[in-house]
Design a protein around this ligand. Structure first.
Ligand code: UD1
Length: 340
């Protein structure tokens, strides 16, 4: 059977690269587009090492509508997984124009092309950040959205609304995937999180500190109303997250009834920042140097998921936990420092 073609925007990025592998392994033909703004083009050759095939890649900025459209003229695209976006909460508070312009223009352009060229399914990389400061966890898809705590969060809320409004006149199906905190690396240790800009997410900050690239890491606030005063998050293994995209695509292309569906993708468990640090130290037998610092603007206090809906409708369930996340992240960090 001919493979269905899936355009993966942000294909050389962290979630994009892992998803490309999973898509290919499950019978899809991924095509990548990325402008390299915050990702490493060398992930393409690592993907090739893992799946044995060179993925077609376009080095294009999705903010350029004309260039974006050239892909649709060249390729028959059956579905799109739209990852391409900036994603640092703290940075978005500092640079709101950059975040709104980049994240929303890219989405509008790719949506417009998708509709013009009859794309059947659109998977959107959303975030649990759309729930804002929730009153309690676990959070399910029916939990009322609160105002976003950061411009990054707002771009995800607006992104979801743009899709809902824009696809009404098309026969496209859209799936909005609200990730909790993606972390860890491919089990081969060949690819992992490799941002060009300074890492800002907790797990890469932990591994960079452990390897000695940072003298000491900061824990942002220990005076929150949580069990040890630090923020609670739900860390989901990147391998599980990648698989969820393939399953979401199967769902959108073959079973989805409503035009738009929303799914949480998390592990269902919450860990404080100090618990995450402790898990890393215990699993890998490495001591981390850290200090408590001020709260980071834009952070929500505590959030973790219910993923029942994804379990029932996408037939998805996480296979890995915090231990495998910390192990694989550390293997990746050591490996990429060897090959630098
Ligand atoms: C947010 C989103 C998440 C999204 C991610 C993309 C929320 C609730 N979650 O994650 O869905 O995928 O952005 O980037 O909005 N921390 C430190 N020191 C550090 C780095 C982080 O203490 O050096 C703490 C943060 O304050 C936070 C936790 O670690 O409490 C996790 O932070 P991070 O990994 O940056 O992700 P979120 O901002 O929670």
């Amino acid at each position: 059977m001919q493979r269905k073609t899936v355009l993966v925007t942000g294909g050389t990025g962290y979630i994009g690269s892992h998803t490309i592998i999973n898509l290919y392994e499950h019978g899809y033909l991924p095509i990548s587009i990325d402008n390299g703004m915050n990702s490493d083009i060398s992930s393409l050759s690592k993907i090739e090492d893992i799946i044995g095939v060179r993925i077609k890649h376009y080095n294009i900025d999705l903010q350029d509508l004309t260039k974006t459209e050239t892909i649709f003229k060249e390729q028959k695209i059956d579905a799109i997984i739209h990852f391409a976006a900036l994603k640092a909460v703290g940075e978005s508070v500092e640079k709101p124009f950059l975040y709104f312009r980049n994240n929303l223009n890219s989405l509008l352009n790719v949506q417009e092309c998708a509709q013009k060229y009859g794309v059947k399914a659109f998977i959107f990389s959303s975030s649990c950040t759309v729930y804002g400061e929730v009153k309690s966890s676990p959070v399910d898809e029916y939990t009322e959205l609160q105002p976003a705590e950061s411009p990054y969060g707002r771009t995800k809320q607006m992104g979801e609304e743009i899709i809902e409004d824009c696809i009404k006149k098309s026969d496209m199906k859209a799936v909005l995937l609200r990730y909790f905190n993606p972390a860890g690396a491919h089990l081969s240790a060949k690819i992992g999180e490799s941002p060009i800009n300074t890492a800002q997410n907790l797990v890469p900050v932990i591994t960079e500190t452990a390897i000695g690239n940072r003298p000491c890491m900061k824990v942002f606030g220990n005076d929150y109303d949580t069990r040890d005063g630090t923020c609670v998050r739900d860390y989901i293994h990147i391998m599980d997250l990648a698989e969820a995209h393939t399953l979401a695509l199967d769902f959108a292309l073959y079973r989805q009834q409503n035009q738009v569906e929303v799914f949480n993708l998390g592990s269902g468990s919450g860990y404080t920042v100090l618990e995450a640090i402790n898990a890393f130290e215990t699993v890998n037998n490495v001591k981390l140097s850290y200090e408590i610092s001020a709260r980071r603007p834009g952070d929500v206090v505590a959030i973790y998921s219910s993923y029942e809906k994804a379990k029932n409708q996408l037939y998805w369930q996480p296979k890995y936990g915090i231990k495998e996340i910390m192990q694989s992240a550390w293997e990746w960090e050591k490996n990429r420092n060897l090959t630098k």
